[in-house]
Design a protein around this ligand. Structure first.
Ligand code: AMP
Ligand code: MG
Length: 399
């Protein structure tokens, strides 16, 4: 039996981040930058007004109130570079370039708002309400470093320095395929002995949460030849494949059978609960395949523990697991010796600290408890008893 970290290390050691592509800005949202972005110009590119008001010379406001002739308007985007003479004012709008000759901006609230002449009641030193060229970003500065996930603010930054396309590692296209003769699609009628396929929808959504592009395949029956054929076909479009079911110790274990003797996929018992039977390999020597167990909670936990870090790595991110917090456990727990135990739990934050309540239903088929949980308590393999009130590590589930 392998430990969880041995299995994860083995997976990560066989992965290579996806090759970068250039994507238009919006398509790059959510992907990871593959090269740094530098600013070609200063931001702001020119000195401009931070307020609606009047551009003047501070020296003309020594005696107050001061009444100055207004020589014109300077709106944002004003193309001209007309300056103002000493003793004059120009009406200026937020974002408009400061006219040469002016050295300060007086907000309209400090004036009578005049259009031909303006009476200014309050003075200010040079530089008042002026946003200086380069005060945000200097030309040549790195504004986004390689390996940054492009959220809204980062896309805005890229646009602000004039990028129309970005070099990114694309979202991994992940084929999700479940197996089992008992499966039906939601919406179809069930006959006795059948169940609706939940894994493929759950894992497709989990792929999306992890930054991938899910490609859900309809489920396959328990025929190893069909599974092999379908996976071969999927290789054309997949950066990674996830299967569920058919990897434990039964005689109908279709995924195991599909790869038996081939050596492409290695099947292991991993010292964890839920999720003991795991398989991983590279199809065609390049496409990672994760063969997860069929029980829905096992499949979900296996995804979070192994597939999520792997998908991050493919995107050029650190292959971190889910973020963990320390919490006070509300009830005592027992845990199997030798297995890393992931318990579905409700994590709450109050009065500055976390408490966690394990769900009472911990079966690997019990979806309702998983759907209510927002965390997974992790009990290490060497711990068999957790007293009430003890500190435990809780992984926060994506929400
Ligand atoms: P298996 O490993 O294929 O024997 O599946 C283990 C358990 O998980 C069985 O009870 C299956 O019916 C169930 N199961 C397998 N695949 C799915 C699925 N896609 N959705 C819901 N339950 C599943
Ligand atoms: Mg099955």
């Amino acid at each position: 039996m392998r430990t969880v970290s041995e299995h994860l290390s083995e997976i990560l050691s066989r992965l290579t981040p996806l090759n970068p592509v250039r994507l238009p800005l919006l398509e790059a949202a959510g992907t990871v930058l593959a090269e740094p972005v530098t600013a070609p110009v200063d931001l702001p590119p020119f000195d401009n007004s931070a307020m609606d008001g009047y551009a003047v010379r501070a020296a003309d406001l020594e005696t107050l109130p001061a009444v100055l002739p207004v020589v014109g308007d300077v709106p944002a985007g004003a193309p001209g570079r007309a300056g103002i003479e000493p003793g004059h004012a120009a009406r200026i709008m937020t974002g408009a370039p400061l006219p040469p000759g002016a050295d300060t901006v007086i907000p309209v609230e400090w004036t009578d708002g005049g259009a031909r002449t303006v009476r200014i009641d309050r003075g200010a030193p040079a530089g008042n309400y002026i946003r200086g060229a380069g005060e945000d970003v200097r030309a040549g500065a790195v504004v986004l470093s390689s390996g940054t996930r492009l959220g809204a603010a980062q896309l805005g930054m890229a646009a602000a320095v004039g990028c129309s396309h970005l070099p990114v590692r694309p979202r991994p296209r992940v084929v999700v395929l479940s197996t089992g003769d008992e499966l039906k699609d939601p919406g179809e009628a069930l006959e006795y002995g059948q169940i609706w396929d939940s894994n493929s929808f759950m894992l497709a959504a989990a792929v999306r949460e992890a930054g991938g592009e899910p490609l859900r395949q309809s489920f396959l029956g328990d025929d190893p030849k069909l599974v092999r054929k379908a996976l071969q076909e999927e290789l054309a479009r997949a950066d990674a494949i996830i299967t569920t079911g058919g990897v434990s110790m039964g005689v109908y274990d279709v995924v195991k059978a599909a790869f038996s003797g081939g050596g492409e996929v290695d099947f292991h018992k991993v010292a964890m609960r839920p999720g003991k039977p795991q398989g991983f390999g590279l199809l065609d020597g390049r496409c990672p395949i994760f063969t997860l167990p069929g029980n829905p909670v096992s499949a979900y936990v296996s995804f979070q523990v192994f597939v999520r870090p792997a998908l991050r790595y493919l995107q050029g991110l650190e292959p971190e697991g889910l973020p963990g917090v320390t919490a006070r456990c509300e009830t005592a727990l027992t845990s199997p010796e030798g297995l890393e135990h992931y318990l579905r739990a409700e994590l709450t934050f109050a009065d500055g600290s976390y408490t966690v309540r394990p769900a009472s239903a911990q079966g690997s088929h019990q979806m309702a408890a998983l759907a209510e949980a927002n965390g997974l308590i992790v009990v290490p393999p060497d711990v068999t008893e957790v007293p009430q009130g003890a500190s435990v590590t809780v992984l926060r589930l994506p929400s």
